[in-house]
Design a protein around this ligand. Structure first.
Ligand code: ATP
Length: 231
């Protein structure tokens, strides 16, 4: 059977107040699918993510997130199974890793099942974890709550390539093993193409190319020359 659609937008306009940044976006993510949004700086990727997450009101078009429309509150989206993680370190630095999990209502065992690396770090203040470890904690905390749609905006910003691969592998596994639908924004295009099913390439607020990760990878040099250089 076809997998359920967890995110769908058609003709979506997104932006800030009156300033439309993204126009006419058509995007879809199904359960168990990892979909990447790539594009140069300023292309509108974060604006798109903020709108899907419910932080920004849509400026036009249709948006359906886990069956609710684009105007549902953040709290009701979270109840439906939406999780939004970003590059911002969202852990509380003065609390231990275990305390950070507990505060979110997440069992340490559940988080360690996702990232076994966390087991040895549970008693450490989050402020003393490396940037990569903090993002593992963030991602484990999000996935342990069994989201149906994970939005990840540059989760691996500024991290070493090895950590980037590790975070992406866990995202892939969540999609495969738990059926999480994932929309992710990444600067590490080569790495993301290894885990993504499909890719949307954005430029100046529009999706200008879409394809399977294999299709985009086969044409990566041309895609990079044409679209991923400065907006
Ligand atoms: P980056 O990789 O640099 O984050 P991006 O593809 O995520 O790029 P956005 O952050 O969505 O791009 O920015 C798209 C456009 O929206 C840019 O022109 C930016 O100046 C504009 N923009 C971002 N934030 C605001 C804001 N708060 N108010 C008005 N315009 C904004």
């Amino acid at each position: 059977a076809a997998e359920a659609t967890v995110l769908e937008c058609s003709g979506l306009d997104a932006g800030y107040g009156g300033a439309v940044v993204c126009r006419g976006l058509d995007l879809r993510v199904r359960a168990g699918e990892v979909v990447a949004l790539i594009g140069a700086n300023g292309a509108g990727k974060s604006t798109t993510m903020l709108t899907v997450a419910g932080e920004l009101a849509p400026l036009g078009g249709r948006l359906s997130v886990l069956g609710s429309d684009g105007r549902a509150s953040l709290a009701s989206r979270a109840r439906l199974g939406l999780s939004y993680v970003t590059e911002e370190r969202s852990v509380i630095m003065g609390l231990t890793a275990a305390e950070n999990l507990k505060l979110a209502g997440v069992r340490a065992d559940a988080a360690c099942a996702i990232f076994p690396e966390l087991r040895a770090l549970l008693g450490r203040p989050a402020g003393l974890l490396s940037g990569g470890e903090q993002q593992m904690l963030t991602l484990a905390r999000a996935l342990a709550r069994d989201p149906r749609l994970l939005l990840a905006d540059e989760l691996s910003l500024g991290l070493a390539p090895q950590i980037v691969s590790r975070l992406l592998a866990v995202v892939r596994e969540a999609a495969d093993a738990r059926g999480v639908g994932v929309l992710l924004v990444e600067q590490h295009v080569r790495q993301v193409l290894q885990v993504a099913d499909r890719v949307y390439v954005m430029r100046r607020g529009k999706v200008i190319v879409e394809g399977t990760a294999g299709e985009i990878a086969a044409d990566l040099d041309a895609v990079q020359r044409a679209y991923l250089s400065a907006a």
